[in-house]
Design a protein. Structure first.
Length: 415
């Protein structure tokens, strides 16, 4: 960080980590502006129907609960062990947090950050020189009316996440033939099957992906079968094993354990599921009647005709708005290099067993610029909100210049 304690902090993204970071900064007396391109916790709303498998205590901070409780004496926070849906998490915690006294006047919604740079410097100027970090950042924003504005900040914290940047579903991580022209008709997230029964009930769906999102989608499709017995699924996974998920021994997240076991059983035993391991999508075409023709390559090379395509293939960071900054990225994960190196050095396969973030790993080659939240993990899918809260705590020991600072220990909600 720069030699003087910064006074003005810009936080990009008004999701869970952006709000929590802003709250931490406000408690410490910093001038803070949160720039959110939609509404507060907009991305959470888009998966509002999905039940989280981590409990509320892992997804919230004592500082946040204290702030909301101080604002509303009638507020009743979810219990520590409650497993909330995205909608419940947003409505019972994130929205009240955004409307708390400390944040309500510091969040600019419907404001998108288009680009940012160092005032007076180009990307290739003053490499590694102290005069570069001595000047503020300049941010270009656009609001819902299309009006553009400049803003300045001493510190920028990017918490924009990866939700708006799905990966491609083709082989080798590149688009399948025909994918680019049909992107708007492919579902890259977890559908709300209760609201979209007509799209998937008694239809043939091609599901691509082998993460927890794909498992959640498959489970949702299985629940349609009792009402729509002609529902069919072709599930394509890159891994060649018949059981896509390796169980975590004595998994402390019970719902995660149930989810993976259910998905494995469906892949092997369900009559409505045809699992094609060791395969990928080579080409796709949608006819004028709405049906898809999908060419599959790999261990199960064939042509599949289906009604819907769901690609739960993960997400990646969008670094376009950061292109004028000097950020050393990992060539594998696209995350900031120091944090990526720490994550890649770990052999842990369970996101709960990751090495704990240290302040030093959050430093980037652009002084006073930081990436927090899922975007800081790049393509690494092991990010948890609890990890983001640890990042916030560690980062502000640096920004505030107080090594032992931990507001999560010193400020607790009233009983």
């Amino acid at each position: 960080m720069s030699s003087e304690t910064p006074k003005k902090i810009a936080i990009l993204g008004g999701g869970p980590i952006g709000l929590e970071a802003a709250l931490y900064a406000r408690f410490l007396g910093f001038e803070v502006t949160v720039f959110e391109q939609g509404k507060i916790a907009n991305n959470v709303a888009s998966w509002g129907h999905v039940k989280m498998f981590s409990p509320f205590a892992m997804n919230s901070s004592p500082l946040g609960v204290a702030a909301v409780s101080a604002q509303d004496t009638q507020y009743s926070a979810p219990s520590a062990n409650d497993l909330l849906t995205g909608d419940e998490f947003r409505e019972r915690y994130l929205l009240p947090l955004g409307e708390s006294d400390l944040l309500v006047d510091h969040v600019q919604t419907q404001t998108r950050v288009l680009s940012l740079g160092r005032q007076g410097f180009l990307k290739n100027d003053a490499v590694g020189q102290p005069n570069r970090s001595a000047v503020p950042f300049r941010l270009l924003t656009v609001d819902s009316d299309g009006s553009e504005s400049f803003h300045h900040a001493d510190v920028v914290i990017d918490c924009t996440g990866t939700w708006n940047q799905p990966r491609q579903l083709g082989p080798s991580g590149i688009p399948a033939i025909g994918e680019r022209s049909t992107t708007e008709e492919i579902e890259y997230r977890i559908p709300d099957f209760q609201q979209q029964e007509s799209l998937y009930g008694n239809r043939h769906t091609l599901l691509v992906g082998s993460g927890y999102s794909a498992a959640t989608t498959l489970t949702g499709l299985s629940e349609l079968v009792t009402r729509y017995p002609e529902t069919r699924v072709t599930w394509v996974t890159r891994d060649g094993t018949a059981r896509p998920f390796s169980p975590i021994p004595e998994d402390p997240l019970v719902e995660r354990s149930k989810l993976t076991e259910t998905a494995n059983q469906l892949a092997q035993d369900a009559n409505f599921v045809r699992h094609l391991p060791g395969s990928s999508i080579k080409a796709m075409q949608k006819s004028i009647t709405g049906n898809w023709k999908i060419e599959i390559e790999g261990s199960h090379e064939q042509l599949v005709e289906c009604d819907q395509v769901i690609a739960n293939v993960g997400f990646k960071p969008n670094m376009e708005m950061l292109s004028e900054l000097q950020i050393h990225q990992c060539y594998a994960s696209e995350g900031p290099m120091k944090l990526a190196a720490m994550l890649l050095s770990s052999s842990a396969t369970d996101c709960l067993q990751q090495p704990k973030t240290q302040a030093e790993t959050l430093m980037t080659t652009e002084v006073d610029f930081y990436l927090l939240g899922s975007k800081s993990y790049g393509r690494n899918s092991q990010f948890l909100l609890a990890s983001g809260l640890t990042q916030i705590r560690e980062l502000f020991t640096v920004i505030a210049g107080r090594d032992e600072l931990n507001l999560y220990d010193t400020i607790q909600p009233s009983p």
